[in-house]
Design a protein around this ligand. Structure first.
Ligand code: CA
Length: 236
């Protein structure tokens, strides 16, 4: 493949061993890599290289990675995968609410990182429609949504959802591949603040959706449960 046709990924990471490992992995998988080791460098390289995707470490030597994320989101929809050693759920939720598409916790495997990258690159196809419901139809594996008829099918079978369940699925489909936090979904579907009650209501609806979609416990079926954080429609 001509290097001009490769996806360009900006890797923002100050740990040399992770830089080396991730950039070798990306190059071996036909991505072009641009390296930055600080927030300031990331901002400069992002402006000059216009990457297709950013992999962002949160613990950077000059500033917190979220500073870069917040500034980027003021002007660009470039997908961002947060790379974090922190297992704290609040950190992930904060980064996702600031506009990160996904997160991956260190240590992580090559296959997992590559799957997240493919998923986030697909998400950017939907970004243009962000904030409004997409028209026409949507497909994710065997599942299809006909937005005009408000109908969801898996294979040939129509899945009967309540209005609320349907609204949740449509919201996730509009952000396919991206982790949507509890508060983002609750705000979009119920226009309510996030608290114990609204999270519980969301979880009950989501359990019903997964059941109707034929998901078995522990199995991934169109919608991935990101424990303690939110949900993601899996575009793969
Ligand atoms: Ca770091």
């Amino acid at each position: 493949m001509n290097s001009n046709n490769k996806y360009k990924i900006l890797l923002v990471e100050d740990e040399t061993n992770i830089q080396t490992f991730v950039s070798a992995l990306l190059e071996a998988n036909d991505y072009q890599v641009v390296l930055a080791a600080s927030c300031a460098e990331a901002e400069m390289l992002c402006a000059s290289h216009l990457p297709d995707l950013v992999i962002l470490d949160l613990g950077l030597p000059d500033r917190d990675g979220t500073v870069f994320l917040r500034r980027l989101r003021q002007k660009e929809l470039t997908p961002v995968i947060v790379l974090s050693a922190r297992s704290d759920e609040n950190e992930k939720v904060h980064a996702l609410d600031l506009g990160a598409n996904d997160y991956i916790t260190k240590p992580f495997g090559s296959a997992e990182l590559l799957a997240r990258i493919r998923s986030s690159l697909r998400t950017s196809r939907y970004s243009a429609a962000e904030g409004k419901l997409p028209g026409g139809s949507f497909r994710c594996g065997d599942m299809s949504i006909d937005y005009d008829a408000r109908r969801i099918r898996i294979g040939e079978e129509e899945i009967k959802l309540t209005q609320t369940e349907y609204n949740i699925v449509v919201f996730l489909s509009a952000h396919c591949g991206k982790v949507m936090t509890y508060s983002a979904i609750i705000k979009a579907v119920w226009h309510e603040p996030t608290n114990e009650n609204s999270i519980k209501k969301l979880q009950v609806n989501m359990a019903n959706i997964r059941k109707k979609f034929g998901a078995k416990p522990g199995e991934i079926s169109y919608i991935v449960n990101e424990l303690g954080v939110g949900y993601r429609m899996d575009g793969e």
